[in-house]
Design a protein around this ligand. Structure first.
Ligand code: FMN
Length: 357
């Protein structure tokens, strides 16, 4: 039978079958208490599951408290957080969605207020903390971080691995390593940020070393039958910064270590970058990594119409698309998209009477 819609064709990664390729991009909600997701997260993520998304990747979730972007970020460093995520995962699974968690450490971009409160550094007197990084230089107007010692850098893989073990207990199907957007891992591989002179700084191999060590530790801790993703910033969009070619090289190394899919985003290392924002502006990096490193990819960034999403998958630019803001506007986007693309009916029976084709 001919494939009607590539977007709604299931995909298998390791032992996980995901019902379609329209996925939810991780989106911080800045709404947790002590790292514990609550009813907001259940309803927010739940609407994407009833809305037909194939995979729902939960927001940047800190592996240690000081890795949170804001004091209200979610985490996976204790059992209370595991139990809260478990409840959410159970609901999403009951609706047929696969679930992922994005494991993160914000480094010098940590300890800031929510965007709607200005996104500035939160002082210790108001619940903030000293941030750490590859460097002692600040990001923009944020407070300056403390540069991690070599011994402290070597502890990061175990922190990510412990969170991956908790992600398994919480019932997630996928772990995504957050290596993008100027957060801690990116603070190591971007030559614009990393000014170290030890084995974690200098040439390409040294700058990606900690990423590979984190990947090895997580792959070891995370069940062999479950997929591991990595989100990277495929370019810094700055002369002299990280490039698409660097991303191909890194992705090959990640794939060799058991990363099953590279999620190709961009930017975030430094405040001053000329980003040519337009429809699907990052798709070409998903394509470059997919063809150059021979690894499955997901494309993200201003993907908003079913036809655009279908074309990205059908043309081989990416194996799946991740939608962010469009799904906040319309959490049921996949239901409508399936009808527009003449895929099988995926509407929940409870909503059948609202279906118009
Ligand atoms: C409210 C909000 C929160 C976000 N939080 C995260 C996050 O936790 N991790 C991440 O990698 N990207 C985050 N992003 C970026 C999105 O995942 C996505 O890459 C970006 O919005 C571009 O896709 P879009 O044009 O479909 O929104 C966030 C975006 C928004 C709008």
């Amino acid at each position: 039978m001919p494939v009607v819609s590539h977007l709604f064709e299931p995909i298998k990664l390791r032992d996980l079958v995901i019902r379609n390729r329209a996925w939810v991009s991780p989106m911080c909600q800045y709404s947790a208490t002590d790292g514990v997701p609550d009813d907001w997260h259940l309803v927010h993520l739940g609407q994407f599951a009833t809305g037909g998304a194939g995979l729902i990747i939960s927001e940047a979730t800190a592996v240690v408290p000081e890795g949170r972007i804001s004091p209200q970020d979610t985490g996976l460093w204790n059992d209370e957080q595991v139990a809260a995520w478990r409840r959410i995962n159970d609901f999403l699974h009951a609706q047929g969605a696969a679930t992922g968690v994005q494991l993160a450490h914000a480094g010098r971009k940590a300890s800031t207020s929510a965007p709607w409160e200005g996104g500035q550094t939160v002082p210790a007197s108001e619940g903030g903390w000293e941030t750490v990084s590859s460097t002692a230089n600040a990001f923009g107007n944020n407070a300056a971080p403390r540069a991690l010692t070599e011994a402290e850098v070597a502890e990061l893989p175990a922190q990510f691995a412990a969170a991956a073990r908790r992600a398994e207990q919480a019932g997630f199907d996928v772990v995504e390593l957050h290596f993008a957007h100027g957060y801690l891992a990116h603070q190591f591989y971007s030559p614009l940020v990393n000014d170290r002179t030890d084995r974690y700084g200098g040439d390409f191999d040294n700058r990606v070393r900690v990423l590979l060590e984190i990947t090895d530790a997580v792959r070891e801790a995370w069940p062999a039958d479950r997929p591991l993703f990595a989100r990277i910033s495929a370019t810094d969009w700055v002369e002299g910064g990280w490039t698409g070619e660097d991303s191909v090289r890194l992705s090959r190394l990640l794939a060799e270590r058991g990363v099953d899919l590279v999620d190709a985003s961009t930017g975030g290392a430094v405040p001053k970058a000329e980003i040519p924002i337009s429809a699907g502006y990052q798709v070409r990096f998903a394509r470059q990594v997919r063809t150059g490193a021979d690894v499955p990819t997901a494309a993200v960034g201003l993907i908003t119409s079913p036809e655009q999403a279908e074309e990205i998958v059908a043309s081989g630019s990416a194996d799946a698309v991740l939608l962010g803001r469009e799904l906040l506007r319309d959490p049921h986007w996949p239901l409508r998209a399936a009808d527009r693309l003449h895929a099988d009916n995926i509407w929940p029976k409870q909503y059948e009477r609202a279906r118009r084709i």
